[in-house]
Design a protein around this ligand. Sequence first.
Ligand code: 5GP
Ligand code: MN
Length: 339
Amino acid sequence: MFFKTESEKFSRLLESLRDKKVAVIGHLRPDGDCIGSQIALCRVLRSRGIDTVCVNRDKVPFNLTDFVEDTPFFTNETFKNDGRVIVAVDCSDRSRLGEALLEKHFAGTPIFAVIDHHQSHNGDAGQSIVVPTAAATCFLLAAMLIDNGIAFDGCTARALYAGIVTDTGRFQYSSTDETVFEVAGTLIRNGADAEQIGRRIYGQEKYGTLKLLGRFLETVRLCADGKLALAYIPKDAYEQTGTSPEDTETFVNYLKNLAGVAIACKLEQSTKSLKGSLRANGDRYRVDLLAAKLAGTFGGNGGGHKQAAGFSLDGLDLEKDRERVFEQIREWLENPQNF
Ligand code: 5GP
Ligand code: MN
């Protein structure tokens, strides 16, 4: 057994969904772990005769669309709520599902259940299965399927594998222990092909994304004796390169991978907020706490994992407020009280 208590909870959750219609919802700007766990849970529920669909505020990123296959997947615009309960996955709190989606389709609807692995999880779902030490929501989900002896198809195996590959940084983050490989091995035996999945996720880079990366890298600077790497997406860069925010997910890693860097931060302008990605090397610095601190200081939302977190600061402007945010991060990093 990988997760005895959680797997029992999962089995009870399946039982309690038997007479329900379900919407499996993930977080804003969904990543591989989010989409993967949505596809997997949706397919498992459907295979048990439970009427289930997936819905997100945002569309499935282009490099993940192949994983969807015939799984019903909707966005805010295409979805119609016909009395579905919410099961949230890979989502640390209700607001991360997206106000626009909740207001339009689920006003006043409580979250029926959640399956998540965020350190900063702060949900209030009816049933919650949360394991902050799990390397990915897809890992937790796959382990619970295996623990319960629940059969799953190739599409589910591929989706789960995709989530694990992405959330472990291709099996490199500290969360990658032997059980991750055991579960991944089972997924490969059930139809996940490591090379093909790797190529789907990482081998379809667009020319525009490379040009955007160039613009981003021009802004890199090091401070705090080289321990802090900062960079941002220039305001006109998306338009000039024909790209969009979903194309920048891996950019912060270029900063994180610089020799000597302890914390990396990428900033970009979002419609109503200034959006940041934080990464830490090693376990000395907790960027989930830093993200929450920035949200507290400037107003907004922040959280994530110890070594990979993010924030969105309401109403802040990249040009006007960038330096204030960077300065706060530098101060936090240089203040030993924070550790
Ligand atoms: P990324 O930097 O890749 O957008 O996100 C890294 C991690 O931080 C993810 O696990 C994500 O869920 C979390 N995260 C990103 N942005 C936010 C945010 O605005 N609020 C919270 N609470 N978590 C975030
Ligand atoms: Mn995740």
